[in-house]
Design a protein around this ligand. Structure first.
Ligand code: SF4
Length: 229
């Protein structure tokens, strides 16, 4: 996770601290690249807090990190898990110009629950961002998104969210169980059974996702390298 540990947003499910962020560290891209090299990673997922305090939302910092990682690890698969950059075309372009292999942006939950789960994001904006990436790069990039289950969504709402993702040509889907990080965060409304997760995986594959990870322990980066490009 780059760009600090203080987020400008306060999503109801997330344990990252909300506070005024510190300045970006100019040598962080190089340090991440070196850590990636030392760990001999074949697949790296680079994510960040939301940096709404920065004009570009931190997009240039993402791009620099991608470039440095590739410089030291030429064969690595680079996945970015990015904020919505407030739907800024310029910021999305900045990240895309660094040529990540996978552009991941999480929808997190169904349309109805989005206002209470992601206070400063919108369902439509996230879909728009994912759609734009495919419009700009087509098959040259994979898009990916994920939802947490157990927040009170219905099966019909979840299936609709999956269809909405396919409507913007999202390629890869992750579905996992939401767990409450502290008592101050949103409660778990339901524990989804492994069988139910398996059924959702089948439904997602039938909708056309090229890769689906679905299970109680699945998170955005869960076995990310199992997707063979
Ligand atoms: S934007 Fe990301 S890091 Fe910030 S609170 Fe929401 S989920 Fe957590």
């Amino acid at each position: 996770m780059i760009a600090g540990d203080r987020c400008t947003r306060a999503c109801g499910f997330c344990a990252v601290a909300t506070a005024k962020p510190l300045a970006l560290e100019a040598d962080e891209p190089a340090r991440v690249a070196e850590a990636t090299r030392r760990m001999r990673l074949k697949h790296v997922v680079i994510t960040a807090v939301a940096r709404d305090d920065l004009k570009d939302g931190g997009a240039d910092h993402f791009a620099k990190t991608i470039e440095k990682v590739r410089e030291l690890n030429p064969d690595i698969i680079i996945e970015v898990l990015v904020p919505d950059f407030n739907d800024s075309d310029a910021s999305i372009e900045t990240v895309l110009a660094a040529n990540p292999h996978i552009y991941n942006h999480n929808l997190e939950t169904v349309r109805r629950l989005t206002p209470e789960v992601r206070h400063r994001a919108t369902y439509e904006r996230s879909l728009r961002v994912l759609g734009k990436v495919k419009e700009k790069r087509g098959e040259a990039i994979y898009t990916k998104s994920g939802l947490m289950l157990g927040l009170g969504e219905t099966t019909a709402e979840l299936l609709q969210a999956m269809r909405d993702l396919r409507a913007v040509n999202c390629d890869i889907l992750t579905l996992g169980q939401y767990l409450q990080p502290t008592l101050r965060h949103l409660p778990v409304k339901e524990f989804i059974s492994p069988d139910q997760f398996a059924e959702y995986k089948v439904a997602a594959e039938e909708m056309g996702f090229v890769h689906v990870a679905s299970g109680p322990m699945v998170r955005s980066s869960y076995h990310a390298d199992e997707f063979k490009m």
